[in-house]
Design a protein around this ligand. Structure first.
Ligand SMILES: C[S@@+](CC[C@H](N)C(=O)[O-])C[C@H]1O[C@@H](n2cnc3c(N)ncnc32)[C@H](O)[C@@H]1O
Length: 182
């Protein structure tokens, strides 16, 4: 199982035992992903639960995700969205996103999720051209492009929207005011 940063194994076990409420489909997806060589790219179940909580807390209805992988993070967010909520998730790997599609279907949320295949920068530029906007953006893809993803995401964000960045490597080079939460 991927390890949460800065949690000892004992504390992680405690959190899983007392706080984790992971659906069967999420559990099955996590187990399948952990058999894959790149399995550690998946967010942890506690991070997934936090994402779901943030979707509800911010009352987000439209979500943009950069970095789908096998779909665990999209699934946690889709399960927390209201019925009319929508996610657009960007990736370029067919094999991994085929796993994602299978589990979105199994969980009954595939109608909420649109997968955009191709280079994420191209997908974001296309969304800007189409004048799409989002309440919440999750950036979790190739770290070298984080600055570009952040800039493009700011153009796609609704007022009072939230951008979540997984493993933010450095302070972003941006003229915008960015508040680092975690
Ligand atoms: C860390 S994984 C995402 C994990 C996912 N959010 C989860 O928790 O299950 C990063 C993903 O970004 C995708 N990716 C990396 N570079 C990309 C690019 N330039 N354009 C589109 N997708 C990219 C990879 O194919 C991979 O699936």
């Amino acid at each position: 199982m991927p390890k949460d940063i800065n949690l000892t194994e004992k504390l992680q076990d405690y959190c899983h035992h007392h706080f984790l409420n992971e659906s069967r489909v999420l559990q099955a997806l996590r187990k399948q992903t952990q058999t894959m060589p790149e399995g550690s790219m998946q967010i942890t179940p506690l991070q997934g639960q936090l994402l779901g909580f943030l979707v509800k807390m911010t009352n987000a209805k439209t979500i943009l995700e950069i970095g789908t992988y096998t779909g665990y993070s999209s699934l946690t967010m889709a399960l927390s969205l209201p019925e009319e909520g929508r996610i657009i998730t960007c990736d370029r790997n067919v094999k991994w996103t085929n796993v994602a599609k299978k589990y979105w279907e199994l969980a009954g949320v595939s109608h909420k999720i649109t997968l955009m295949m191709g280079k994420a920068v191209d997908s974001l530029q296309k969304l800007i051209q189409q004048q799409e906007t989002f309440d919440l953006v999750l950036i979790d893809a190739d770290k070298s492009n984080y600055g570009t993803y952040l800039e493009l995401s700011l153009s796609l964000l609704n007022p009072n929207g939230v951008i979540l960045v997984d493993n933010m490597p450095c302070t972003p080079k941006t003229g915008h005011k960015v508040k680092r939460v975690f």
